[in-house]
Design a protein around this ligand. Structure first.
Ligand code: ADP
Length: 303
């Protein structure tokens, strides 16, 4: 099974070119779509989820178990039957229990048989570890519990393609970890596309990824391979805040990070930089190096 996106473009009526000739091949497993805010991730996710039209290009879902192939842009109903979508903001009805809500969504998705639905809902609640709180109103759930509920509803109907848009914003580390494990489990026999601006989410979870910036794909590949390509090219130096601008003028600074009151610069260079130390690259360096080819310079989070 494979999702093939070819030359996809979208310009909004206000003139913003949100997607520019995006081409990607996404295989089974967890695929990370990484990009800064405004990169076009949601536009792409909404288009794949049949919620939005593209101006040009194509998206095909091939190798379905039925042997079928779907044109995602035109066969919307058929795509929706194999799609699970977990949007950025998952609105829940606060006064409804998780169990009742899942039952309701399952009947909306066409599972008419009551006992079949009950079995499905109980199984899903166990899978996402909400069984013990199934009779509590959704309004009482923590951020992490709401996200896991979101996954449960996205899994109704055994989707082949699951789209998860910016899932871990607002989750504490333990909740995030639980959420990651759940996604990794699901990713084994479906296509899961995880859209995020958090590099660590992709590092931990994805065997394949793309970076998009200003509507364009700027890198694709296996995260470890992309990191390896930067070996020997990332250099670091601690400087005073006031010096940053001077270094920016003379070096290709890809990120800055405040550490112990000083600012640590990461610079990209094929040759050694005087007064800089060589540093082993990580996926954040890949990300910042790729997006700084545009105009953005990244700020690593403080340590
Ligand atoms: P991301 O999900 O990576 O933050 P988006 O796809 O939401 O990126 O947005 C990409 C660009 O398109 C941004 O500049 C955003 O302001 C613009 N945009 C998104 N949705 C709309 C819309 N409905 N109308 C006009 N501009 C939009």
């Amino acid at each position: 099974m494979q999702l093939e996106i070819n030359g996809l473009s979208k310009t909004y009526s206000n003139g913003v070119r949100a997607l520019q000739h995006v081409s990607l091949t996404i295989k089974q497993g967890m695929f990370g779509l990484l990009g800064p805010n405004g990169a076009g991730k949601s536009s792409l996710m909404r288009t794949i989820s049949t919620l939005q039209e593209a101006d040009s290009g194509s998206i095909r879902l091939t190798g379905l178990p039925s042997g079928d192939e779907l044109n995602v842009l035109t066969q919307k109903d058929a795509v929706r039957r194999v799609l699970g979508y977990l949007p950025q903001e998952f609105g829940v009805y606060p006064r409804v229990t998780a169990e009742a809500m899942l039952d309701h969504i399952a009947s909306l998705k066409g599972i008419a048989n009551g006992s079949e639905r009950k079995e499905l809902v109980q199984g899903l609640l166990q899978k996402v570890n909400l069984y013990d709180v199934r009779k509590k109103n959704l309004g009482t759930y923590s951020g992490g519990m709401k996200q896991r509920f979101g996954i449960a509803q996205a899994l109704i109907g055994s989707p082949r393609l699951i789209i998860v848009d910016e899932p871990t914003a607002g989750l504490d580390p333990a909740e995030r970890n639980r959420f990651h494990n759940l996604l990794a489990e699901i990713g084994e026999n479906t296509i899961v596309i995880l859209s995020t601006h958090i590099v660590e989410d992709v590092t931990n979870l994805c065997s394949d990824m793309a970076i998009i910036c200003l509507g364009e794909v700027v890198a694709t590949g296996n995260p470890n391979e992309l990191v390896k390509d930067l070996n020997g090219k990332i250099w670091q130096k601690s400087v005073e805040k006031a010096e940053i601008e001077t270094y920016r003028q003379s070096h290709r600074i890809i990120s800055t990070q405040l550490k112990g009151g000083k600012t640590r610069l990461h610079a990209y260079s094929d040759v050694p930089l005087t007064d800089f130390d060589s540093v082993a690259p990580d996926l954040e360096d890949v990300y910042f190096a790729k997006i700084s080819e545009g105009t953005v310079v990244g700020a690593r989070s403080e340590e």
